[in-house]
Design a protein around this ligand. Structure first.
Ligand code: ADP
Length: 166
């Protein structure tokens, strides 16, 4: 089959890491949603201005169209995208290829533990708090995996594949 799976969750939950490992395992392409922001959003983020939903919608539409293009070309995708709100997921589900969302659910404490003493990964607490505040209850299209601070990404990939045949 030729599809697209979205790995979602708050910043630091491991979307990029686990998404890349999953993509490698199933030999699908890995895309990072952050790479698809329109210039307007890039400028805002560089200036430290929070994005609004009005900023996010054109970005999500670009992602949806990219998924459509890939899937039509026979190029299945694992997309890492926070997709914290149902409304955001709805846009991505507008692509016929999207078969579901893997939600890597980590607690605030686990994320803090994971990132304690880690340099290089810029990870402001205020951003994480605002993401937890934004995160909505899971909906039916989400497959929720609770992840701890230290479970290796490869093991998380195995859990994805055990419970959900990608
Ligand atoms: P996201 O894309 O969700 O922001 P990343 O994949 O960039 O998250 O991971 C955030 C940080 O946590 C990185 O430093 C990464 O190396 C680390 N990390 C990711 N997954 C795990 C894991 N399963 N166990 C331990 N550390 C992890």
């Amino acid at each position: 089959s030729c599809d697209a799976v979205v790995v979602m969750g708050v910043s630091g939950c491991g979307k990029s890491t686990v998404g890349a490992a999953l993509a490698q395992r199933v030999e699908w392409r890995h895309l990072d949603a952050d790479d698809f922001h329109p210039q307007h959003n890039v400028d805002k983020m560089r200036a430290g201005t929070p994005l609004t939903d009005a900023d996010r919608m054109p970005w999500l539409e670009r992602l949806r169209d990219e998924l459509d293009r890939r899937v039509a070309a026979g190029d299945p995708v694992v997309l890492a995208c926070s997709a914290l709100k149902k409304a955001y997921r709805e846009v991505l589900r507008g692509s016929a290829g999207v078969v579901g969302f893997v939600h890597l659910r980590a607690g605030r404490e686990e994320l803090a533990e994971r990132l304690a003493g880690r340099d290089g990964h810029f990870f402001p607490a205020a951003l994480v708090d605002s993401q937890f505040a934004t995160l909505e209850e899971p909906d039916a299209c989400e497959h929720v995996l609770t992840v701890g601070a230290t479970e290796p990404p490869e093991r998380i990939v195995e859990r994805v594949l055990e419970t959900w045949q990608v």
